[in-house]
Each structure stands twice: as C-alpha cells, then as structure tokens.
Design a protein around this ligand. Structure first.
Ligand code: ADP
Ligand code: MG
Length: 697
C-alpha cells in the first residue's frame, strides 16, 4: 500500500521541522515507520489517585482537583512556574520550566482539572513537572482505558514532542490509512500461530481497546519479530545443508594414533571423548560441519581441537586456529608445539606482529602445503592468506563471530572447511538459537579429574588486612596472584590512574615480592613480556586491567582478586574467575566491593559466591542485564532490531516461532510458493543493506 510510504512531514501535527527531528532522532521517515514505532508501556487511565496516596512506587498517575494559586520563581532562563494543586486530601506542586506565560493564562484557579504526570519528591515535597492538564469531564467523555507511552529523546522534548504528542501524531497517521493494513506474514503462518491480523495488531498496540486485545496485539508483533529472525537462520542453515558439500575425513590415521598412543599426556575425559566422536561423525558425512563447542574454562577444549586437526591431517588437509588476541594465539602456539613436538608435522604462528619477511615465508608455505597447522589472530582472515587445502577451522573464545564472518573463512577454499567455534562463555539457549541458530552444539560438561572448584568469597574494600595476610600465605606456599582492576572505556585515563595507584599500593603492601603490571595501553610486545614473566613465575603478583585473556593458562596462579567487582557484569566476573583453578591446588576468587551496593549488584555477587556453573551464570546474566548488553549480541548478532520482543521473557514465543519457521522451510526451502512471497519481501526489507543473501548462501 503506497500510503505507508507517505513522508511523515505530511501527517497532521508533524510538518517539515518535526519531520526532520523524527528522521534524525528516531530514524522514522514514512507513515509505515511511524506505525511501527511501538509504545514502551501503558498507563491505566481509568484510575484516579488521591494526593495522600502518593508514594515512591508510583510512575504516572492521574489526580483530580483544583489549582489554588500560581507562583513564579527565578528569573530569565531559570524562571519556573509553580501551581499549588489540591484534591482535598493533600497538596502537590505542579511545576513548569518552559511556556510559563502560556500555562498561567490557560489554566484557571479553582476549576476542576484532571492532571496526569509522574510524581517526584523534592526537598520533602511532592511535585509533578510538566503535567498534562485536562478539564474534568463526565466519566463517559474522559479518555479512559490504557494509554500508550512512547519513548522520546531530549531533542524531541525541546521541540515539544513528548509522549502525548507522539500518541496524537500516530493517531493522525492511523487516521490517514483508508484501507486495512496489508499483512506482513503469510496466511498459513498467521493461522498456525493463531495471530490476529497485522491491522488489528497495529491498531491495538497504539490504541488498545481492551487489555485482552492489547495482549493479542503484543503477541502478534513479538511473534513476528522473532519469527523473521528464526526464518532467516533456518533458511540459511537449510540452504547451506543443501548446497555445501563438506570434505570427507575417512581415515583416522597415523597422526592421531601416534599422538593418542604415545604423546597424550593424560586420559581424555568422557566429555572430551564424546565431543571428538560427535565431530568425527560430522566430518565423515560429506556435509560441511558448523559446530559450537561450549565448555567451561579449563575443560580442555584445546585438546579436542588438536585431536581433530590431527584427523584432518590424516586425511591430507591443513587446519587453522584463530584466537581473538595475540597473547592467546601465542599461548596456543606454544601448547601445540609442546604437545606435538615429537610428531612429524609443522605448526606456524601468524599474528599482526609477525615480521614481514616471516610473513612472506608463511604465506608461501601455506600455499605449498608445507605448514600443516596455522595458529593466529584475525590476521588469518586477510585475503593474502591462502591455503593449499584448508579442511578444518577452529575459532577460539570468540562469540563475536557471526554467520557473516564465518563465511569469510570459507572463501579461502573452493569448498568450505569444517568449522568448530569454541567458547567458554556459555550461551543461554534462547540466545544461541538467535545468534548461532545455524550451528550444531557440543558441550564439555566435565572438568579433567583432580580439579577443585574455585572458592569464591565477597569482601568489603575497607577490610583489607585479613585479605592481604591470606594472600601472603598463598604466595609463601608458592602460589601466584592476579589482582584485576575494572576498565571502563569512557574514562581510560581514570582507570589507568586506579591501576597505577593500585599497583603502587600493592608494591608497598607486599614488600619483598615481585609485582608486575599490565594494561591495554601497553604495546603488544610489552604485554607479551609481562605475561611471559608471570607465566615463568618470575613475579608473584600480577596487577592488571581485564586484558588478561580468557584462556591464558597459568596453572600456578591460584588467587584472583577482583577490585571494584560491582563494576563488572556476571559473565565477565565468571570469565575472570576462570583464569585461576587450572592447577591441582585449591584456588580462590575474592570479589571486593564497597559497602553500598544496589540490589542487582548484590544479586550478582551472591550468584558468584554460590555457583561455579557457567550455564547458571549465563542465564542469570541474561535475566539481570537483558540480552542487549551481552557481549557479542550487537556485532554478531541478532540480525534485526527487536522492538517489542525480549529474548528472555518471550522465550516461549521464540520457541514457537522457531518451530513454525522450521516446518515452513522444510515444506518450501526457498520460499517460492506464492503465499510465501510476502515472507521473502519482509526478510529483505528487514535486512536492508546489512545482509546480503547472495554472499552468504
Ligand atoms: P579450555 O577449555 O579453557 O580452553 P584448556 O584446553 O586450556 O581449557 O585446558 C586446560 C588445562 O587442562 C590445560 O592445561 C590442559 O592441558 C589440561 N587438560 C586438558 N584435558 C585434560 C585431561 N583430559 N586431563 C587432564 N588435564 C587436561
Ligand atoms: Mg581455551
């Protein structure tokens, strides 16, 4: 319907000036955009409160009463108007900072008004700033029921576009729509999911006729958001399965056998064996493997990767492993060299700081097939890096890696290699379905024997005496200690100051011990050197920001002290904790905070002290913070914006959407049936320029 393409400036109440603001602030350009600008909540306008009832728990309320007097305070730009308002049960101040003269002339004293706004306490008195005021009317004439509230920005408010104005504009927009709004889903999906029409949903999301219809409208629109994400993923996965042939690893040959029999330093855990079997099975089918391997820190994922690469090698293929940082890549390189030292194969390391000359040699040896296993950072993705026959790719500790980036690795061959993504950050199922919905998942849910779970305690920052004594004892027993300071990007300088001060303080508190320090501003080579020093046990204490990477392995480090723990998210705390507990000794994690903590923070700290289970922590994290904050969702992520749906709260809808998407793609993999045309259109509308079908599938 062309009407939906109407420029918003033609909608009554908008005009060119406001249109420009809505373009800039909310990215709204057409009438259709405006109709999809959903409210963020609703206010029950059937209820009128009394002034004496007002308490802290209230958001927006209605009061009925009279203005007894106006008073102005201040001068010029500071000028404000106060109206004393009463309903007979108490007084409240109505305050305006703008439009003073207009307000004073518009509202009369001692006349009955309905006012609407959010009460706030200032200097022990209740007030409502910039309330809405309407003359009191009979029950029947008053706007009743649920009133939609819209998010507005500071800029919008400066131009008098508040929630109420938005409501009015959307009402006008809806009024311009002469026919019923066209469906955005195919009829079979609407029917199967039991949805109300798009038209009714849009109408009721903005102007709910009844709470029941509002629920139906929300369900319909949330379903739609989640459905298109799932349809996108399911369709993509199915095309991949149809199209992409994977290399077949027929043999388990000499390399794996030799390693397994002669060089494997320990028994594999049952979980490791199971995962290797799963990967074996995948790589033998002739389909291309895309597998996510989740396993808590220290569960032995690297070994799984090594063994799979040996299988690839037995079948004549090269492998590569990509890590998110240089330190991690170097450590992997060392581990590989050490574990595979007796074997007849060549491992190389390629990172951003590999010298140009060496780089050239590596490039050549990759092409000739001289190098069997390449380890590196993002440098691997560069176009110049070409392999003779890359068969197996491992991506470590990297959940920022979405579908698109993975596709780049495939381009290194005519035929895509098998891909294993490894992560110690457990991804809750709902999120995994959304971000990694096209991957099969393996889990290592068992730590190698002999590991003791890390003991986590909470300490207040004013009480360091006992803690330091404890740290000294640990060091005297030969252990090493991490002390981590938070890093917040906005104030890097301040954080560095914290770190410097902390470093000086620790040096003073621990005379006779070597304290090293590391932060993000240091050059890679400097960081490397500090890390080497610590790994080699040349320093007992490492003071650092969060730069110590997940996966860096110092088995002798047994205590992780986290300063200002309140400033970290749960997953981050858990990851930091994972850097200890890698040896046979009892390890500890100490969370330091001030006395005053918000209830959310208290909850986070409590969860940390109660459990070591990464999945429990990930779920709790998703609940406390919401998926928007989870590392990785932005970049890799949820391909389309979620306006209404919430991955946690609405997971039942998500699962249903997934089911329906799967059935649909099974019946019509390319969405070619006439009824499904609309789904294809919606997918391309939603993905805009961001997703290129051709390139991915
Ligand atoms: P992560 O899963 O965090 O990457 P790593 O692969 O770094 O864990 O393994 C952690 C440590 O456990 C390493 O020192 C590794 O050699 C050791 N390890 C791995 N598998 C086993 C096993 N089956 N038995 C004993 N130790 C193991
Ligand atoms: Mg690891």
């Amino acid at each position: 319907m062309n009407m939906l393409q109407t420029d918003i400036k033609f909608i009554p109440g908008v005009g060119p000036k406001r249109a420009e603001i809505l373009n800039k602030e909310l990215d709204l350009f057409t009438l259709g955009d405006l109709l999809r600008w959903y409210p963020y909540r609703y206010i029950d306008r059937t209820r009128i409160y009394y002034v004496h009832e007002i308490d802290n728990s209230m958001a927006y309320i209605q009061l009925k009463g009279k203005i007894t007097a106006f008073e102005t305070f201040g001068e010029g730009r500071r000028k404000r108007l106060v109206a004393h308002f009463t309903d007979g049960t108490g007084f409240i101040d109505l305050i305006w900072f703008q439009g003073v003269r207009f307000i004073e002339s518009k509202y009369k004293l001692n006349q009955e008004y309905i006012i609407f706004g959010k009460p706030a306490l200032f200097n022990g008195k209740w007030n409502i700033a910039h309330p809405e005021i309407d003359p009191f009317m009979d029950e029947s004439d008053r706007p009743g029921g649920l009133m939609a509230m819209y998010n507005t920005t500071e800029k919008m408010k400066n131009h008098y576009i508040n929630s109420r104005v938005m409501h009015k504009i959307i009402e006008n927009a809806f009024g311009m729509v002469s026919e019923r709004l066209p469906e955005s889903l195919s009829p079979d999906v609407v029917k199967q999911a039991g949805l109300i029409s798009f038209h009714d949903a849009v109408e009721n999301i903005h102007f709910p006729k009844t709470p029941h219809l509002l629920r139906d409208a929300e369900f319909r629109l949330k379903f739609e958001e989640l459905f298109f994400i799932q349809l996108n993923i399911v369709r993509y996965a199915s095309e991949r399965k149809l199209k992409l042939n994977g290399f077949i690893f027929r043999e388990v040959g000499k390399n794996l056998h030799t390693f397994y029999k002669k060089h494997l330093p320990f028994e594999l855990t049952n979980a490791q064996k199971r995962v290797i079997r799963e990967i074996r099975k995948d790589t033998a089918t002739g389909k291309q493997m895309n597998r996510l391997l989740q396993g808590d820190v220290g569960s032995g994922k690297t070994l799984v990767a090594i063994m799979c690469m040996l299988i690839a090698l037995d079948n004549g293929f090269q492998s590569c492993l990509m890590a998110p940082t240089e330190i991690l890549a170097s450590q992997h390189f060392e581990t590989f060299c050490q574990m595979l030292s007796e074997m007849d194969l060549k491992v190389a390391l390629l990172t951003g700081s590999t010298k140009k000359k060496e780089r050239g040699v590596i490039h050549a040896e990759l092409l000739s097939g001289e190098i069997d296993i390449l380890i590196g950072t993002h440098a691997l993705l560069e176009d110049v890096v070409r392999f003779r026959n890359l068969g197996f790719v491992v991506i470590d500790e990297q959940h920022r890696f979405g579908v698109v980036q993975r596709a780049r690795l495939w381009e290194k061959n005519n035929q895509p290699p098998h891909v294993l993504v490894m992560t110690a950050t457990p991804i809750p199922r709902t999120l995994a379905m959304t971000v990694y919905g096209d991957l099969d998942v393996s889990v290592i849910d068992e730590l190698p024997p002999g590991r003791k779970p890390v003991q986590t305690v909470h300490r207040y920052d004013k009480k360091r005496g006992a803690l330091y004594q404890f740290l000294r004892e640990q060091i005297q027993q030969g252990r090493q200690i991490y002390i981590v300071y938070p890093l917040i990007e906005e104030s890097e300088t301040l954080d560095l100051k914290n770190l410097e001060e902390g470093y000086e303080h620790i040096k003073e508190a621990f005379p006779g011990f070597t304290v090293c320090k590391m932060h993000g501003r240091m050059k890679p080579a400097e960081k490397e050197e500090v890390m080497r020093q610590f790994v080699a046990n040349e320093a007992e204490i490492m003071v650092s920001t969060t730069v110590i990477e997940v996966g860096v392995n110092v088995p002798n480090a047994s205590v992780m002290v986290i300063e200002s723990a309140q400033r970290f998210g749960l997953s981050q705390l858990h990851q930091l904790r994972g850097r200890v507990g890698r040896g046979a000794d009892q390890s500890f994690c100490v969370l330091i905070t001030p006395y005053e903590l918000s209830s959310d923070t208290r909850k986070r700290i409590e969860i940390m002290t109660e459990t070591n289970d990464g999945f429990v922590i990930a779920e709790a994290d998703l609940k406390l913070r919401g998926p928007g904050d989870l590392e990785g969702t932005q970049q890799s992520g949820v391909p389309f914006n979620l306006r209404l749906a919430d991955l946690v709260r609405d997971n039942a809808i998500l699962f249903r959407a997934r089911e329906i998407a799967e059935e649909l793609i099974e019946k019509d993999p390319k969405l070619e049936q006439p009824g499904h045309q609309i789904l294809r259109q919606q997918l391309s509308r939603l993905s805009g320029n961001r997703y290129e079908w051709g390139r991915i599938s």
